[in-house]
Design a protein around this ligand. Sequence first.
Ligand code: PMP
Length: 317
Amino acid sequence: MAPGSYPLLNMAQGIVTAGITRLIGNTPLLRIRMFERDFPKLEVYAKAEWFNPGGSVKDRAALSMIEDGERSGALTHQKTIIDSTSGNTGIAYSLVGAAKGYRVKLVMPGNVSAERKALVVAYGAEIVYSDPLEGSDGAILKVRELVAADPDAYFYPDQYSNPANVRAHYDGTAIEILEQTSGRVTHFVAGLGTTGTFVGTARRLKDQDAAIHTIAVQPEDSFHGLEGLKHLPTAIVPKIWDPSVADEVWGCPTEPAYDLAREVARTEGLLVGHSSGAALWAVRRLAETVREGVVVTVFPDSGDRYISTGLYGSKAR
Ligand code: PMP
């Protein structure tokens, strides 16, 4: 499908003819106004990834990895899709698996938000919990154990190592950004989890125009509240991570990210998750130095996925 076109959506009748997975990608690019007063020459835009049917950017990676498995023959209907996930990828696997008729088993740290657990169960997936104290790395080790014990039973996409994760963004997200900004993008900012979003998008943007400046955002330290993001110096470094496409890697503190997530909800009507707050923190820091340009970032998911964490209620107005 050509990026930016919607051949399966009959606009006259509003009928989608080819299944829910065909609505993954082609998300809106929103203009963000919150920094405009201080930095009037800076245009800021964000990809609204919660418009994907599973509610997050991870729909893109899950679909890409599953369809890659179908093409290579590694995934058949006799196998169960298994992976470790802090939540959004699990929801995405569950949705795509349900739509395509595959069983899905997910290993997640016991402390992921209640909404995320409930969602994957709603799509019919099975959850195996790993030690919450070991975070996403504990989940990775647990899934490796399960696969090693019964390798023929599973299709293990391994989102941290799978080039199809990166490709979803190289062929999708980045092309959409180039089209939606008519090639005007000067800076790209995104958070690091598996690193697929950042690496795939930054690589394609730089292939298009090496002058596009790219900033990756990770939590400032290993104990943080930025669900979905990874502190690379203390984590199992994803195989797909490619530091050569990052001009800078910044460490974001948790509280300022939460503050910005709250602020963008109240001032612009955009209810976004923790990691979108981290993206905004980096955009603001960038604005202080560059002051003008066309900055594009990614808002990976919506804030309604974090209501039970107290993100919006923990501070008095
Ligand atoms: N934000 C959230 C909320 C996420 O769930 C993820 C995925 N772990 C990311 C950001 C980072 O995306 P990626 O895995 O593509 O680096």
